[in-house]
Design a protein around this ligand. Sequence first.
Ligand SMILES: NC(=O)C1=CN([C@@H]2O[C@H](COP(=O)(O)OP(=O)(O)OC[C@H]3O[C@@H](n4cnc5c(N)ncnc54)[C@H](O)[C@@H]3O)[C@@H](O)[C@H]2O)C=CC1
Ligand SMILES: CC(=O)[C@H](N)C(=O)O
Length: 374
Amino acid sequence: MPVIRTLSKVAQQALLGTPGCGCQPLTVAVRSISFSPRQVTSDASFHSVSFSETDHPKVLITGGLGQLGVGLAKLLRKRFGKNNVILSDIRKPSSNVYHSGPFIYSDILDYKNLREIVVNNRITWLVHYSALLSAVGEANVALARSVNITGLHNILDIAAEHGLRLFVPSTIGAFGPTSPRNPTPDLCVQRPRTIYGVSKVHAELMGEYYHHRYGLDFRCLRYPGIISADSQPGGGTTDYAVQIFHDAIKTGKFECNLKPDTRLPMMYIDDCLRATLEVMEAPADTLSMRTYNINAMSFTPEELAQELQKQMPELEVTYDVDHVRQAIADSWPMNFDDSNARKDWGWKHDYDLPELVQTMLNYFGAETRMARAN
Ligand SMILES: NC(=O)C1=CN([C@@H]2O[C@H](COP(=O)(O)OP(=O)(O)OC[C@H]3O[C@@H](n4cnc5c(N)ncnc54)[C@H](O)[C@@H]3O)[C@@H](O)[C@H]2O)C=CC1
Ligand SMILES: CC(=O)[C@H](N)C(=O)O
């Protein structure tokens, strides 16, 4: 009985247009009636900002000081203007990042603070990057559960209340040992064995539920392991594929924590960030799903080392397997089927393994030359 009373009260409020994001017409079928899933206080005077009100989206990136956020901010600022993209995190930004555009403190576990930021800055797009990744998540399950699950609930509610377009990345880690691994399609068994994977499946399902239930414009890509030159990975299983470049350049040696034949899907950061912008800009009617696999290449540590050795024949690679990371990698996809992303919104990667290695080495070569010149 109390459930029925609550539901009818909420539906009534939605029809009267009192709380909620106001982003949907009120005379629509029950499935797409839009209302806030979390009660809002009567003094909150926000309303959703539709794109007709503004030339560009106003974007907030959470967890923006990790491996991916700064690069994404750079790309989005180029497209939408510097002041239309706000980076946020709980860490202190470097002076470089601080002076490159708006930065704000935001702890995603603080719901009121998040709401204040969204309201005061008239945010229309939210890119939710805060998370604990696979290896650090296993080392601190309670914190990973809190940030990756409780934090996501705050983000979903804020986005639904304010009619935001919401991007949440998922990962190859959202699959597990009982998923088909070669290749892994979009829709199949997902029984991951890490708190990271479990939290990402939860995010995919909750986002899709909010989309169907409240009309939330939820968009999600399952990223492969991402490789970048100018930002450090945050504690994942695929980190070796970044570290090998740093160690190769610095010492000519690399000790890999995965077995030489561990095959995983990978992507260069520029492809990942471009895919994110493309799916956010894709017309809603091109999206037959709300969660897509994206892919570029798959390789093993041995194959990556061999590609590097074509240009650095003196590079020595040894193996000292980390059993936690190896068990995780052995449960993840080896090849990712991203045919739906290619078909629906035209996804196409630019970087294969040889281009990736060349681009990374060019970056480090230029950096070394600059350091020598200074
Ligand atoms: N980098 C990769 O290879 C992949 C990343 N992803 C996803 O992309 C997103 C971004 O990844 P990365 O930048 O690599 O992660 P990262 O681990 O480098 O950065 C995550 C950021 O979240 C912040 N954070 C932690 N707790 C927070 C809190 N309570 N409030 C606000 N921020 C908090 C951290 O300070 C950190 O700067 C994550 O959701 C990750 O799961 C998915 C697949 C692959
Ligand atoms: C693939 C990912 O999600 C991340 N890089 C990790 O290894 O945890």
